[in-house]
Write a protein that binds this ligand. Structure first.
Ligand code: NI
Length: 173
């Protein structure tokens, strides 16, 4: 397993629509392992393959963030959100937007169908933080980002802050 480099906004690769997974092979298993390790190392509650520059429809989530909570790693391959119910507003962050926390409106509950890393199909009804994480990570597979849910003003502010941050990082390297 290996911790991969997480791409930061405004990296163009975050805007690509990811390709479906067709082979549930050793390469996919390695990708999923690396994604989980990268997410835990960050740390974060979710990570989508495009965030490490892999244009595949895969994301991992673990919303068990308490110190004493056992890990609850969930793997979603080729996910499809079948149903969205209700609306909630919650402060979100994203590993591709270090230091950014913004209120985003999402459905309160979702029903999702996906495969696990072995190709086994499953359906899941989720609510609360898990439902939000599923919607957030699923957006990444379509090249859609947290900022796309913000008002034009907030979006510009976040964009400027991230561009400035990227320039500072470049200058330091
Ligand atoms: Ni994200």
């Amino acid at each position: 397993m290996a911790v991969r480099t997480i791409l930061h906004y405004p990296d163009e690769r975050l805007r690509k629509v990811a390709e479906p997974v067709t082979d549930f092979d050793a390469e996919l298993a390695r990708l999923v392992d690396d994604m989980a390790e990268t997410m835990y190392a960050a740390p974060g509650v979710g990570l989508a393959a495009p965030q490490i520059g892999v244009s595949r429809r895969v994301f991992v989530i673990d919303v068990a963030t308490g110190d004493d909570e056992p890990s609850d790693l969930r793997v979603f391959v080729n996910p499809e959100i079948l149903e969205r119910v209700g609306e909630v507003q919650n402060e979100e962050g994203c590993l591709s937007f270090p230091g950014v926390h913004e209120d985003v409106k999402r459905a309160e509950r979702v029903r999702v169908r996906a495969c696990d890393q072995h190709g086994q199909s499953f359906e899941l009804e989720a609510e609360a933080l898990l439902a939000i994480a599923i919607q957030h990570e699923n957006d990444h597979l379509d090249g859609k980002l947290m900022v796309d849910h913000l008002s034009l003003l907030r979006r510009r502010l976040v964009h400027r802050a991230m561009v400035k941050r990227a320039a500072a990082v470049d200058a330091a390297e």
